[in-house]
Write a protein of this length. Structure first.
Length: 277
């Protein structure tokens, strides 16, 4: 399944927890042979775009992000055109707020369409650190990164992603919904939101919305799939909770520099890769 002469597409968004910088380490651990590929927390797709599999199944709970995958799959040229129309002038704070307002109107009106995808991609490049954060009403509220002109996409890259997604099943919802059809010999890569490094504050509330209970549900699913003979890989922070949940499996440490973190002391942290093979 590995072919290192291939030029792989690049993620079309900057995404918190994106695996771009550890992709080589992850690639080295991908099983050499498997059937279908599943990624239930796909985010920016850094790992997906490096996978050679005919049948791909991806999911993320962020339905606006998943709308972008659908639009790239079906309409990448029109998406590029929409982006050009919306991003023709230099961005300043007033223009950024206007774009964000247009995007939030899409959320309020539940319009998951081409324009919503274009706004998503533009805002992702003009917001602070590519952070995706919404308020209690579900409206996007990340401030401007003070850049006035940024390249939003490369057409060839969108084309390559579109090609890659032609046979893909793309869903939006809780991770468990994607995994019902996984069979023996398939490969699942799990990159859920991180468990916090400081576990004392980790009860029901989390910044990512992914709770301790969710990490336990995920570990149960990992175990269920392991019992079926599925190849499994999972990455997360090296915390007591994660080590405890996956103590029966192979755990390897990784050094990762974290750009999106306000606490400088947390910028270099240990992450782990867990496999069942
Ligand atoms: C660490 S990020 C994935 C990063 C991705 N591997 C990349 O390279 O960009 C985790 C993702 O899980 C998604 N997520 C959070 N809770 C979820 C859930 N219950 N089910 C599915 N996806 C979820 C988030 O929207 C986010 O995109």
């Amino acid at each position: 399944m590995k072919n290192d002469n291939v030029i792989y597409p690049q993620p079309f968004v900057k995404w918190v927890g994106g695996k771009r910088q550890v992709i080589d380490k992850i690639k080295n651990k991908i099983p050499s042979n498997f059937n279908d590929y599943y990624e239930p927390f796909v985010g920016g797709g850094a790992v997906l775009f490096n996978i050679n599999s005919e049948n791909i199944f991806i999911n993320d709970i962020n339905e606006q992000l998943i709308n972008v995958y659908h639009q790239i799959k079906n309409n990448y040229k029109e998406l590029a055109y929409q982006i050009d129309c919306l991003n023709s002038e230099e961005v300043n704070s007033i223009r950024y707020e206007k774009l964000r307002e247009l995007y939030n109107d899409k959320i309020i009106n539940k319009e998951l369409d081409l324009e919503c995808a274009a706004l998503f991609m533009i805002i992702n490049k003009y917001c602070f650190n590519g952070v995706y954060r919404v308020n209690k009403k579900g409206l996007y509220n990340v401030p401007w990164n003070k850049k006035t002109k940024v390249k939003i996409y490369e057409l060839d890259n969108l084309k390559a992603i579109s090609k890659k997604l032609q046979n893909a099943t793309i869903k939006s919802g809780d991770f468990l919904n994607l995994l019902k059809t996984v069979k023996k010999g398939d490969f699942v890569f799990f990159d859920s939101p991180y468990a916090p490094l400081n576990e004392t504050t980790f009860n029901s509330y989390t910044q990512t919305g992914f709770t301790k209970y969710d990490h336990k549900r995920l570990a149960q699913e990992f175990k269920r799939l392991d019992g079926k003979g599925v190849y499994l890989m999972l990455t997360n922070h090296n915390t007591k909770l994660i080590r405890e949940l996956y103590k029966e499996y192979h755990i390897e440490l990784l050094d990762v520099k974290r750009a999106v973190n306000s606490d400088a002391s947390n910028r270099v942290g240990k992450e782990i890769i867990i496999t069942n093979y």
